[in-house]
Ligand binder design. Sequence first.
Ligand code: TXE
Length: 482
Amino acid sequence: MQSILHYINGQLVEPRSGNYLDNIDPATGAVYSRVPDGDGDDVNAAVAAAEQAFPAWSQTPAEKRSACILKIADAIEARLDEFARAECVDNGKPLSLTRNMDIPRAVKNFRFFATAILHSKSETHMTDGQALNYTLRQPRGICGLISPWNLPLYLLSWKIAPAIAAGNTAVAKPSEVTPMTAFMLSEVCREAGLPAGVLNIVHGLGAKVGAAITAHQKVTTISFTGGTVTGREVARTAAPMFKKISLELGGKNPNIVFADADMDRAVAESVRAAFANQGQICLCGSRIFVERAAYEPFVNRFVAATQGLKIGDPLEAGVDQGAIVSKPQFEKVSFYVNLAREEGGTILTGGSPPPTVNDRCKNGYFFTPTVITGLGPNCRVNQEEIFGPVTSIIPFDAEEEVIDYANGTAYGLSATVWTQNLPKAHRLAERINSGTVWVNCWLLRDLRVPFGGMKQSGVGREGGDEAMRFFTESKNVCISVS
Ligand code: TXE
C-alpha cells in the first residue's frame, strides 16, 4: 500500500513518529494509501528548513523565482492525467471535473503568480518638494499555508504560488482527507529544482500539525482555508502572536433569480452552482431565491435538470456527481436533509443515497442531489453551511425582501443575481454583503481580482495584487530632498 511522505528540506521523509493514518477512497469506502500522522517534531523540522532557505530564496532575483515556479506548472501539466486521476480517487469527485477544473486551475495558479512578480509595481510620493517617499515591499519570512479537502491541489496552489513567488518560504499542510496530490506536488518540486526548504509539506491532523504550524513562533503569516469553526481557532492562536492571517471560510451563498432573467441560463447555471463538486465548494449557491412570478416554472425546470444529473463511479466518463469526500461529511449531509424534513420542508427530489452505482462503489459515500422547498429563510437548513449536494428554493416578492434574505445569515462569501435589468443588477450588487457578486454567471474567476469573504466567511483578501500585498511587508522610505 502506498505511503505518502512529508516533504521537508527538499527530501521526502517519513513522519518522525513512524505513525500513519488511513487514507480512504470515498467512492469505495476502502483504505487505499497511508498518510503521515505528523506532529510538532515534523513541523519544527519543516520550519527549520524554511528558515535556513529564506535568506537565499528571498534574495533570489524575481526572474529566477519565476522560472522555477513556471517549471513546477509545466511539470504538473505534463502529468495532468496522473494528477487528475489521483485527485478523483482521493476526493471522490468526477474525473472529468479534476481534468477540466482542479488540475488546470492549479497549473494556472502557479503560472499566474510566477509572472505577476515580474510586473509588480510600487508606489512613490513626493512630499511637496521636501521628501521623496517610496514603498518597499519585502517578503515576510516563513508562511504557514493550511488548505482543505474540497479543492485539494487547486486551493493549496492558490496559497503556495503567491507565497513563494513573493520570496517567502513556506510550511504547507494539506487536508489529511485528501493528501495525495500534495504529495505528488512534492515530487514535482524536487524535479523542478525548487531549492530545498523553500516549500515544505507536512501531512497530518489539523489539531496536531495545523495547530503546531499556527502556533510556531517563527511562522509569521498564516493563510487558512477551511471551516468557520476552525478558522476561529486559528485566529485565536495567531492574534496574540501578532501574525498576519488570511481566513477563507464557509459560505451560505444566495442565488437570486428575478422573473426577467434568461431562464435557460439561470436554470442551467443554478443547477451547476448548487451541485458542482457534489456541492462541496464554498462558493456554491445553496439558497436559491426566485421571484414569485417565475417560481413554479423555475422549480419544475430546476428539479427536472437535477434529476438529469448522472450519479456514478467518479472514474467513469459522463458522471456529473461522484462521492461525498468522507463518511463524516456524508453523515453531515444526511443530518441536514433529515433536519429539513423536521423543519417542515418538502423534498422534491433526492433526499437519500442513490441505488448502488456499481459493484466497485457499493460501499462508497454517495448522496443524490437534493432539492428542498417550503422552508423559511431563517430555519437552520437555510442558515447553516451543509457543504453537500443540497439546495433550498424560496420564493420572494420584492427586491427589498430578497436583499434582506440574502444578507440574513452569518456568512458573506458570494452571491449570484439573475436579471436582464442592468440597473437592478447594480443595485443588488451594491446592497448584498458578500465578497463576490456574480451577475448572470457563476464561478467565473479572474485571478487578478480580490477574493475573500465578509462576516464569518473570512478575513482578508487573496488573489492578484491582494495576494502579493498579503504575502509581503510594505515599508515606507522617506528621503529628504532639501
Ligand atoms: O474543515 P477544517 P473540514 C467547511 C465545510 C465543512 C467544514 C469542516 O462546511 O463541512 O468546513 O470541514 C486543518 N488548526 N469547509 O473539517 O476542519 C485541517 O486539517 C489548524 C469550507 O475539512 O476547517 C485542514 O487541513 N489547522 C471550506 C484544514 O484545516 C486545522 C472548505 C481545513 O479543515 C485545525 C472545507 C486547527 N485547529 C471545509 N483543525 C471552504 N471555505 O472552502 C483542522 N485544521
